[in-house]
Write a protein that binds this ligand. Structure first.
Ligand SMILES: Cc1cc2nc3c(=O)[nH]c(=O)nc-3n(C[C@H](O)[C@H](O)[C@H](O)COP(=O)(O)O)c2cc1C
Length: 112
């Protein structure tokens, strides 16, 4: 059965190393008959989680009004999520970490 794949590309370098790997992964996903969307995280407006916990009393709605609600809905709808990060000082990059932190509003709805 065809899968709905979401690729979250962390690097701001369009056509850079990790972004190219995302494109190659996307090619394989399509060749195998699945659907895929790639989001370049740096092109989205995603602010930091401030641990205000508004989301805990609002049914998963975040107090910050930016692009994260749309991205998080896509994460919840996806069968497969690909997270692509550069290695930055032995860790994941800030773009992807910021996005992961913001999933706190609805992370329990993300499959598997
Ligand atoms: C601030 C900074 C920190 C980095 N830290 C690491 C690191 O800890 N380990 C590593 O192997 N490469 C490190 N790199 C190299 C990047 O991971 C490498 O250039 C990577 O290919 C960049 O990914 P991109 O082409 O997708 O943007 C660092 C680069 C920068 C600018």
């Amino acid at each position: 059965m065809s899968k709905n794949v979401l690729i979250l590309s962390g690097s701001p370098r369009k056509g850079g190393n990790s972004d190219l790997l995302c494109d190659e992964f996307m090619r394989g996903v399509l060749e195998a008959g699945n659907t895929v969307e790639k989001i370049r995280v740096s092109e989205k407006k995603i602010g930091y989680c401030t641990a205000c916990y508004y989301c805990q009393t609002s049914g998963g709605v975040c107090a910050k009004k930016d692009d994260m609600a749309e991205v998080l809905q896509k994460m919840i709808d996806a069968d497969v999520i690909v997270l692509s990060s550069r290695v930055y000082f032995y860790s994941i990059d800030a773009q992807l970490k910021t996005l992961i932190d913001r999933t706190v509003a609805r992370w329990t709805e993300v499959k598997d």
